[in-house]
Design a protein around this ligand. Sequence first.
Ligand code: SAH
Length: 388
Amino acid sequence: MEEYKTKIIEEGLTKIEFPEFDKVSSDAPVFYNPHMELNRDLSILAIQTFQKEQDRELNICDLFGGSGIRGIRYKNEIDGVGEVFINDISEVANHYERHNIELNNLSDIEVHQHDASMFLRMKRGEFDVIDIDPFGTPSPFLDSAGYCSRRDSLLCVTATDTSALCGTYKEPCIRKYNAKPYKSEYCHETGIRILAGFVALTLSKYAKCIEVKMSHSTEHYMRLYIEVKKGSKRTDETLKNIGYVSHCKHCLHRQTSMGLASAIDEVCPVCGEKLIHAGPLWLGPIQNSEFIQKMIDEADNKQINSKKEALRLLNKCLEEASAPATFFDVHKICKSLKISAPKFDLILDELKKEGFIAIKTHFNPLGVKTDATIKNIQEVLIKLQDTI
Ligand code: SAH
């Protein structure tokens, strides 16, 4: 093993040592990204919540170990964890994973060196939690995760190929997720829905279905926490949540169509322009308020550095649980009307006063999730011009 100059960092209650690098990149001998601390902290809250809900000991698979930070933190910082399996295809990563297990005085953690899909298939049905946190896309590994996951288990999925999911590059999204993206103002939400839809369709081959417990899009990545259920009838039922979002670039109207092969309008019912479609994607819930509330409560019991940020995000996601799909960017609407933007909170208040749902979203600080139509929103924005 080559000798590296190393660095030790602390996250939560855990110490991790890894070779120093200049720039966060997959070229580093062992990968560690400090910007993912929030992702790992939220994972601890989600897995702890799941453990309490299930009320049993959980065996966890950290499929792309890197420095081992996830698997090691899960064993060290979550109650009710049985065995942890850390896997990585790289021998250097394995070396640091073993070293970091010792550094934290932990036992009951196994280290393995296999291709991720091979490892899942070797251990089919043995994990209560599978964490898929690779470089870039999780797509090639989801089939094995679908085949190997147990009933009532938790599947955690990270995707960092947001440019594909959000539609900056259309073809990679079609190739990797078999779905057409569209780069609208709410493309981060459609991106998460394309990812969730792809997981649902992949798992359905094995008569397994998904219940999304929590999801978020932060910085350069998207993350899903999914409970896997089993049964062909149930799976058929949940696949009714697969559908399409149709968007009008001209007037900003959007609508959803449920069903994989549903009839979809070709023209905008508001202005008559051509609609653009994104999908297939998941139109079912992407936030579960009961689960998220438990994650929020769990934050009091955990020592995590990102607590403030984690709670801010979780509280927004909690609200979003009761909101309809997609959201409007009020600045974009004002621009199209060639008027100034009223204060954001006044817009929310006015929409609510008129009887509509009006909820902020973590996807965009100027986004509003509402059941109001584009025309209703335009009227509110015009009405509020005298407040400017
Ligand atoms: N989850 C880690 C980061 C992992 S980075 C964290 O939270 O810090 C991705 C890791 O996947 C790298 O260490 C790389 O060696 C490993 N890897 C790449 N391709 C793989 C494959 N096909 N199977 C298993 N591991 C793989």
